[in-house]
Structures are given as C-alpha cells and as structure tokens.
Design a protein around this ligand. Structure first.
Ligand code: ATP
Length: 137
C-alpha cells in the first residue's frame, strides 16, 4: 500500500487542530502508522523543502515552520497521496474549498509565508523521500 507524509504545521498545532486533522484522516479510512512531534531546525527544512530553497518566500517559510512544534504523521492507504491532498485543499487557504482542511480552518492572516495548517506529499516518490527525512531512525 502507498504511504504519505502529513505535517500538522505550527499554525495547526497552535490552534489545536491536530486532533481534527487526524480525525479527518481516520474517518476517510486511512491508517496512521507513525506519529511524532518535532521541533524542526533549518537543516531539516532545507532537506524537506529542497525544491523551494531559491524561492523568495523560502526564508519566511522556514521562520514559520520553526515557530513552534510540528506533528509529523505517516499515513497509509491505497492512493493516499492523492487522497490526502484532496482532503487538504489547495495551497492558498482563501481559495481552498469549504469542506477541505484548509478551506474550513484556513484564511489569509497577512503573513509572508502562507500559513495553511497542513502539508501533504505531492507524489509517491516525494512521500518516500520526505518520510525518510522526518522518520529517519
Ligand atoms: P505543502 O507542500 O506544504 O503541502 P503545497 O504543495 O500546497 O504545500 P508548495 O507549493 O509545495 O505548496 O509550497 C510549500 C509551502 O510553502 C506552502 O504550503 C506554503 O506554506 C508556502 N508557500 C507556497 N507558496 C508561497 C508563496 N507564494 N508565498 C508564501 N508562502 C508560500
């Protein structure tokens, strides 16, 4: 079966949405097979977001992701990568459809980094790479 990496980002943890995110994953029928709280440092984030290192928002994104604990979750199920991205909704929480995690709980807070509650791997290959980073022995 496929696995994906879900992160409850610092805004989600601060707003006590960890349980809500886990409940939606479980009610959808996916299985949580790993769970940990992590204080990410810059080195971890540079590995996780390697495709974004040159982007103008990279510094602000790292500051945001270092602003508090993150809950990292390993989730399993057939087509879970696509399925969780559908549960999460689109990146911009103002535009994300109601019914999605970002659409129901997110909005524009006027911050430089887009605060959107969750991360989900964007492909099975990314999921394997990211799970290796966040759940390394
Ligand atoms: P994630 O990878 O976290 O699930 P995503 O795939 O929807 O999100 P990406 O394009 O991979 O979005 O961007 C990673 C994260 O960087 C976003 O979730 C958001 O927090 C932040 N981000 C993306 N684009 C911007 C932007 N233009 N300005 C500020 N922050 C951004």
């Amino acid at each position: 079966v496929e696995a994906t990496l879900v992160l409850v980002k610092p805004d989600g943890v601060r707003r006590n949405l960890t349980g809500e995110v886990l409940a939606r994953i479980e009610r959808k029928g996916y299985t949580v097979t790993g769970l940990k709280m992590v204080n990410a440092d810059r080195a971890l984030l540079e590995k996780h977001y390697e495709e974004h290192i040159e982007k103008p928002f990279f510094g602000a994104l790292c500051d945001f992701m270092e602003s508090g604990p993150i809950v990292a979750v390993r989730v399993e199920g057939n087509r879970v990568v696509e399925g969780f991205r559908s549960l999460a909704g689109e990146t911009n929480p103002t535009a994300a459809r109601p019914g999605t995690i970002r659409g129901d709980f997110g909005r524009d807070w006027g911050t430089v980094a887009i605060e959107n509650i969750v991360h989900g791997s964007d492909s099975s290959l990314s999921a394997e790479r990211e799970l290796g980073i966040w759940f390394a022995e």
